[in-house]
Design a protein around this ligand. Structure first.
Ligand code: CS2
Length: 454
């Protein structure tokens, strides 16, 4: 009788049996902790952790990462059972590679053990904090800023030295936003210390990292010969542009391929508008048309032309790109990345939290060009999506922190008028949104996309 032998779990004990190309660049225990990361999601594991490991491999330094899971325990438990080892599957259009990362040195569950996070922030060995906590966490009443403040107060009292707090979320001027938020919350007694010892550089992060699925875990297991329940998958492309404004020591990120610059703003605008905004367009129009994935949405007849037109005209007119970069070319490269069908990136994943994403991704364009013919279509697609059913009557979940307000009154005036959930100040623009909503309801997204750009 055939018996299936359960695969060994990834861990220190299995490292020597991994294929050579899958072994970590830094072995567990080789580096001591120097970074605290808040937000243990897939994006952090496939992006910042990879850069930090590469920086240590190239230049050494004690930059091991203690990762903090704010709420959910699943990934944390999986990592603990694997000596904090996990792998990144890189999904090329034609191949897949899997490599184990050795950058994590520990983990903390913030919801049940906030004191441990505070103690780490007060530890002089920790000199950098990185954050991936999503757009909605940048509010004074959110848990993470509160925790950061408690930790910074403890650090000031312990006189543990300067610290850099580096946001890696998709917000424009993310460092400025975070710095202002923390400055507004820091008690008077620690204000002077805060001003001299804490820096919040801005940064632009980029890598498409879809949610881990059973297929991701199966690929990792096939490549490693061991089971990894914390595996993540991402596209080959990755980029990190970091403002060169640190409080003290930090990893040699440039040695890992990151770009350090005096001003991240043009990179942030470019990425948020020409990549993320287009991503959101694909998510809403695609979901309405019944597409599962972003790659499928991009393959709808007329879609690529429409998005190319949008980037080359409206996005390009809304901003000045970084030196040496053309908005249209950057947009074309983004479309090529979205066409990677192996990613299986679900429209509904990108559609999450629209009220938190659209301002910087699309309203920023809509508000700064003379004729936002297509920016208004993207906003209309979101509103049509928020109505809750697609073109074939399929249910579309509105997963958004402001879902209740949105659903309370879905009229264009309520959503986008004065005091609306997403304000569009110009009444003429609101009329354009309304006209697109009518067209979307009448023809359906697929037909509209096919004929919108001629
Ligand atoms: C996406 C981003 O889910 C989304 O909203 O647009 O996560 C996108 O994949 C990354 O920003 C790419 O760097």
């Amino acid at each position: 009788m055939a018996m299936t032998v359960p695969a060994t779990r990834l861990g220190r004990a299995t490292l020597s049996r991994l294929p050579a190309e899958s072994r970590p660049a830094v072995l567990p225990g080789e580096a001591k902790a120097g970074i605290l990361h808040l937000g243990l999601g897939a994006f952090f594991r496939a992006h910042q952790a990879v850069y930090i490991e590469a920086a240590m491999a190239a230049r050494g330094g004690d930059w091991g990462i203690v990762a903090v899971a704010p709420r959910s325990r699943d990934v944390l438990e999986a990592l603990r059972a694997q000596d904090h080892l996990y792998s990144v599957v890189t999904l090329d259009a034609s191949a897949e590679r899997t490599r184990v990362l050795g950058a994590l040195t520990g983990s903390v569950h913030a919801a049940s053990d906030p004191e441990a996070v505070v103690a780490l922030l007060a530890d002089p060995a920790i000199r950098v904090v990185t954050l991936t906590v999503t757009e909605k966490a940048y509010a004074p009443d959110a848990a993470v800023p509160r925790l950061l403040i408690d930790g910074l107060v403890a650090r000031a009292r312990a006189d543990s030295g300067p610290i850099t707090v580096l946001s890696c979320d998709n917000l424009p001027s993310n460092g400025v936003v975070l710095g202002k938020l923390l400055a507004g919350m820091i008690p008077d007694a620690q204000r002077e210390w805060f001003e001299s010892s804490v820096r919040c550089p801005s940064s632009m992060v980029d890598r498409i990292v879809p949610a881990t699925t059973a297929a991701t875990l199966a690929t990792a297991e096939r490549c490693l010969g061991a089971r990894d329940l914390a595996a993540v998958a991402g596209e080959p492309f990755h980029q990190w542009v970091i403002e060169d404004a640190f409080a003290g020591a930090h990893p040699d990120w440039a040695a890992a391929g990151a770009v350090l610059t005096g001003d991240v703003t043009p990179w942030e605008h470019l990425k948020l508008r020409a990549l993320n905004g287009v991503h959101s367009a694909l998510a809403y129009l695609g979901a309405l048309a019944g597409c599962e994935s972003i790659a499928e949405a991009l393959a709808l007849p007329g879609m690529a032309d429409l998005l190319r037109r949008y980037v080359a005209t409206e996005v390009a007119a809304s901003m000045t790109p970084p030196d040496g970069v053309t908005v249209a070319q950057y947009g074309d490269a983004a479309l090529e990345r979205f066409a990677n069908a192996r990613l299986g990136h679900r429209c509904l994943q990108v559609a999450l939290d629209g009220t938190q994403k659209l301002p910087q991704r699309v309203l920023s364009v809509l508000d700064s060009v003379a004729d936002p013919a297509l920016a208004t279509l993207i906003v209309a697609a979101w509103a049509r999506f928020a109505e809750g059913t697609g073109d074939a009557g399929q249910a579309l979940p509105l997963d958004d922190p402001r879902a209740a307000e949105v659903r309370a009154d879905l009229s264009t005036e309520a959503l986008f008028g004065p005091g609306g959930v997403l304000e569009v100040p110009d009444p003429a623009h609101r009329r354009m949104i309304e006209a697109w909503r009518t067209a979307l309801s009448t023809h359906g997204a697929a037909d509209l996309v096919r004929t919108a750009v001629r």
